[in-house]
Design a protein. Structure first.
Length: 214
């Protein structure tokens, strides 16, 4: 596999439609196919991705420790965290819903944060990871991000159903705000990361290997 990148061949890539166009004299340029703005590289991509990833990791702690919501029935209610809610669903026999909530609320955000951190480390430290494997990680991070919204969707449905009754109500707790912020932050982080940096890193590794030991 050649270590040369499109940038080295004076070719830019549109991240919206993946169209290749000759390098412009100044950035940003306009993609002739979809009209999106095209940059040779997203400016400060690694810095913004690191900042948002670390922010999401810190917010993931209160999102799982603080209560997410309180269901008040006949004047009494107990705050529930994500984990306690999963356990209650399992004990009530709704193990299918419990698995969905656990995956969407715990596994997916954690996988996305780990994937983003691994991508950033691959670029920053030039880790010897094949670019094809790194791109698979990038595509998985983008693909699983939407499933984080599933938990918020289920909470919204639960709130709507409970509010229809006269004896019960649902109160949002700080954990729900933290979890929603994690979802938004990780989505923005994946958009800030420029996958072309992975190929720049591979090109640098290939160039060092071609030079041989000093």
């Amino acid at each position: 596999m050649s270590g040369a990148t499109g940038l080295e061949h004076n070719v830019w890539t549109c991240l919206s439609c993946h169209f290749l166009l000759p390098a412009a004299t100044r950035a940003p340029a306009r993609c002739p196919r979809c009209g999106a703005r095209v940059h040779p590289r997203i400016e400060a991509s690694l810095m913004f991705t690191w900042a948002l990833t670390l922010t999401g990791a810190l917010l993931l702690i209160p999102a799982n420790v603080l209560p997410v919501m309180t269901v008040v029935y006949l004047g009494a209610g107990e705050p529930n965290t994500i984990i306690s809610g999963v356990m209650q669903l399992h004990q009530a026999g709704y193990w299918g819903i419990a698995i969905i909530v656990f995956v969407a609320s715990v596994v997916v955000p954690l996988m996305k944060l780990v994937g983003l951190a691994l991508l950033c480390l691959t670029v920053q430290w030039q880790l010897p990871i094949a670019p094809a494997q790194a791109m698979r990680i990038y595509r998985v991070v983008n693909a699983i991000g939407r499933w984080s919204l599933l938990d918020l969707f289920m909470i919204s449905i639960l709130v709507a159903l409970v509010q229809m009754g006269e004896a019960a109500e649902v109160q949002a707790e700080p954990g729900s705000t933290a979890f929603a912020t994690v979802v938004v932050v990780t989505m923005i982080a994946s958009r800030c990361f420029d996958p072309r940096l992975l190929w720049d890193s591979y090109s640098a590794i290939a160039a060092k290997a071609a030079e041989g030991p000093a």
